[in-house]
Design a protein around this ligand. Structure first.
Ligand code: MG
Length: 388
């Protein structure tokens, strides 16, 4: 019986994780859940799943959560998240909170020898070198939940790094793929948020539209699998049937194919190293239609290029990229920034950032905070910038 804690239980991945856990009561036990601030949904999850531990990052809402659940033992604030992530009753921690508040709990969970199932690519983008070094040092396992990386992870079972020529991260192209370049300049919020293949939270859906998501995924793959940037390739695959390909040195390619359902990679990350039966749909190859693959043009998707530039710069550049993107996307979702201004904000911040090589945790957090502050400062002044 694996005892599981879920950090970020109210988000899209968190909710699916609770579904997967509920499907396997003989193998998985939900020991704790945590969210940033959504007390109403968190309280409903407590009422439904009765986890022994419950935490809320926003300490000011702890009382509200206690009132809603009738629980007097709510773990509150950043320390509450740390207590949950390192609790002796927990074997495996699912990290599904996208904010940087999950970074320290992730680090402490690894140091406490917990198994990790990681959905939050942002944390690997910020601190991949540090996280993977700690995973090695503490002899634990980290299984990615991000669908492409879950696919790569599965293809790489029984394959050594020396046998790999290249990793291919595929992407559907997001909601704007196929639109002429001019039309991408004037897209509505509804178009941006209507992803053709995956139902996901708003932040990642915007990242899919700009292809920033693919850029972040290249950085994520670089750290997870320890391969240099030039051996990781992005291909647009609109049918989203093949989630990743591993090209081996003998000319063989291994691909992973599955329905677009995040419960599959979540279940695999929870079952690893086993593989369990599931009730989540099957892929019908005869229905999949012709499968197409295209090389994306980073010139048409400036956010993809910015991510690749930050990856090449290394050090804290990716933390600066991630913080800037996070704030810019939120400003876009709140209606304070135009879609076409997203890359302008990020580019400006990367321009001003002098990357620190081999950063420690406090340096990463400092760059994250600097980048976020800089983005908050720049965004209201964007209308005064010279025209593009
Ligand atoms: Mg993905």
């Amino acid at each position: 019986m694996k005892r599981v804690a879920v950090l970020g239980s109210t988000g899209s991945i968190g909710r699916s994780t609770l579904e997967v856990i509920a499907r396997h009561p003989d193998r998985l036990r939900l020991v704790g859940i945590a969210a940033r601030s959504r007390t109403d949904l968190l309280a409903r999850q407590v009422a439904q799943a009765h986890p022994p531990l419950v935490a809320i990052w926003d300490a000011q809402r702890a009382q509200e959560l206690a009132d809603l659940t009738g629980r007097r033992d709510v773990l509150a604030g950043p320390d509450g998240l740390l207590a949950l992530a390192t609790h002796p009753e927990v074997d495996l921690v699912v990290i599904a909170a996208s904010g940087c508040e999950a970074l320290l709990p992730l680090v402490r969970a690894i140091q406490a020898g917990k198994q990790i199932a990681l959905a939050s690519k942002e944390l690997l983008v910020m601190a991949g070198s540090l996280i993977m070094r700690l995973v090695q040092e503490h002899g634990t396992t980290l299984v990615p939940i991000d669908s492409e990386h879950a696919a790569l992870f599965q293809c790489l079972q029984g394959v050594s790094k020396e046998q790999v020529e290249r990793l291919v991260v595929t992407g559907s192209g997001g909601p704007l793929w196929g639109l002429p370049a001019a039309a991408r300049q004037t897209v509505s919020r509804e178009q941006v948020l209507a992803h053709p293949r995956w139902r996901m939270g708003p932040k990642i859906t915007v990242d899919s539209a700009t292809l920033m998501n693919k850029g972040l995924e290249v950085i994520e793959a670089q750290w997870l699998f320890g391969l240099p940037l030039e051996r990781i390739r992005v291909l647009i695959h609109p049918e989203a049937v093949v989630h990743a390909v591993v090209e081996l040195l003998d000319g063989t390619s291994l691909a992973q194919l599955a329905p677009c359902d995040m419960r599959l990679p979540i279940q695999y990350a929870l079952s690893f190293p086993e593989r369990w039966g599931s009730a989540w749909g099957r892929l019908a190859l005869t229905q999949a239609g012709p499968l197409q693959f295209f090389e994306p043009d980073p010139g048409q998707f400036p956010c993809l290029q910015l991510a690749l530039d930050a990856a090449a710069a290394g050090g804290t550049a990716c933390a600066a990229l991630n913080g800037a993107n996070d704030v810019a996307v939120q400003a876009y979702l709140d209606g304070h920034l135009a879609f076409t201004d997203l890359p302008r904000v990020i580019a400006e911040i990367l321009e001003r950032h002098a990357p620190v090589a081999h950063p420690a945790l406090d340096e990463i957090l400092a760059v994250d905070a600097w980048s976020r502050n800089m983005a908050h400062d720049l965004i209201p002044r964007i209308p005064q910038w010279s025209p593009r």
